[in-house]
Design a protein around this ligand. Sequence first.
Ligand SMILES: [Zn+2]
Length: 207
Amino acid sequence: MAYCPFCDFEKIKNDFVLYSTKNFFVKAPFGLVTSGHVMLVPFADIRTFSEIPKEIKQEFVELKEKVCQSIKKAFAEPFMLEYGVRLQTVPHAHMHFVPKNGRGYSISNFQEEFVNSSGLPYEIADENRVREVFQKEGEYIRFEYQEKIYLFRTKKIEDVSSLNYRDFFGNKKGLKGVSDWRTLSQDEKDADHQRREETAKLLNFVH
Ligand SMILES: [Zn+2]
């Protein structure tokens, strides 16, 4: 079986894991877009959030809201991204939360500037629809902002590169140290480490 870093919790638990509940943890990734950028990850080794068992759905919904509120309070209101298989660099479900204003960028209309700028078709969906699409097609990409889910049925799309947020921030917005978290230079790694520390320091999940 292939090695999965998100299943190796003993190894990553001291690497900017900021909060955890019974079934999920919140972690600062590598290659932060800006301070306040975190990931929500289930302990279970599932590929997408559409597969989380019914029993822990409520825990997920509550934690997602808690993470949003925490980021909003300390940084700016976040939007969410989930790469349901395509563009996923770790094959274990994780949802990115990115503040809509941050280092050198500001997104005032998420749908217009981020979702529509991909040029790809999507539908407004709910959790049931996301699950249905995954069961039928085995993949999807989902963006979310203010409780609105933008669902891309990627099975029908050959080139999904315009949905890559790293491309959006690294190329379109020109942010350094974002394009690919696996190939950061030493300077970029140092700057990234500072952003991760700032995230850990300012985010407060107890409220
Ligand atoms: Zn895993």
